[in-house]
Design a protein. Sequence first.
Length: 328
Amino acid sequence: MNQINYLRISLIDRCNFRCVYCMPDDTELNYILKKQLLTNDELLTLIKDVFIPVGFNRFRLTGGEPLLRPGVVDLVNKIAHFPQTQDLSMTTNGFLLAPLAQDLYNAGLTRINISLDSLNPHTFNLIIGHHSSHGWEQVWCGIQSADKVGFNPLKLNVVVIPGVNDHEILNLAALTLDKNWHVRFIEFMPIGNNTLFSDRGWVSSAQLRDQIRQRWGLTESQVCGSGPADVFQIPGAKGTLGFISQMSECFCDRCNRVRLSADGWLRPCLLNESGQIDLKTALRSSQTMEQLQQQVRELLNLKSEINFKERNPGTLGTYSRTMSQIGG
Ligand SMILES: Nc1nc2c(ncn2[C@@H]2O[C@H](COP(=O)(O)OP(=O)(O)OP(=O)(O)O)[C@@H](O)[C@H]2O)c(=O)[nH]1
Ligand SMILES: C[S@@+](CC[C@H](N)C(=O)[O-])C[C@H]1O[C@@H](n2cnc3c(N)ncnc32)[C@H](O)[C@@H]1O
Ligand code: SF4
Ligand code: SF4
């Protein structure tokens, strides 16, 4: 059995963007009420006294948009300084990153993944559903700041939507030629916006690799990470290209992670809602840390049964929580 040692933590379910593939404009989301959110102290207790003793040592902060979480720098500082923490990273849309990048880095965040779906400001703003015309510029500024501060590896996430941004693949891949950046193309999943998914479908990583191979060639490569990306490189490029192929491949047999929502539910699989446990209520009802550890161990024992196996590219998922609420 795989070792499950990677916890993705959603710090908040709210977001300052409404990306078309994740949180379409017409979706009514029931945001978590403040009193239902894990407090910073509760989250730190769960990490230190429950997850670390059970064997977790890799943590990713996500959201919604994690940089909207009050006290995020302090949280980073505390999680980074647990002696057992081997990897602490964040997935962010980058909009609020520029003024925070240095503080996050100083607090102990060493690597960061930033979503960047287009190099064209107009297309970008359409994708993120942002009403400010400076969305792209502000995210680009966040990426530059992250680079300057020294986040390494610095990864850029691109969800590829046919007819929306798939014509930009070569331009996005070209970013890696002279920058030590790691661009990852993510196959669009039917969770978040099923209407768009039915309408546009998805592009396979194999097709993208063919395009890139024809232009520059492509070789297998590696970059530090805990996720499911297959990593390649354009010969001579400074950065790498990652492909996250959840529609065309099944990487569940190497799944090493579970997810904690901002209101304290532990979810064994992104694409299967079975088996979730409510750690917040258990914590608030004064169960002992040993009892909580035991609940988590039991869930991990069941995980391989829960892991999403019936991947059918034509199937639409029906989920009570969507991507922005789970954290990707
Ligand atoms: N189906 C599925 N998709 C995943 C899983 N983990 C990550 N992804 C997809 O990959 C996207 C990008 O993930 P990131 O948040 O950047 O994290 P990561 O790829 O695990 O990060 P690294 O540690 O840098 O490799 C997510 O939004 C999902 O679309 C997973 O366990 N299952
Ligand atoms: C849910 S977001 C949360 C973190 C942060 N707000 C961000 O966008 O990076 C995490 C990741 O999920 C990806 N994502 C969201 N909806 C998706 C979908 N339907 N299919 C594939 N990836 C998706 C985003 O592109 C992003 O890289
Ligand atoms: S959570 Fe991330 S992917 Fe979803 S709308 Fe917000 S920025 Fe976009
Ligand atoms: S779909 Fe579920 S089991 Fe498969 S890799 Fe993702 S989280 Fe793991």
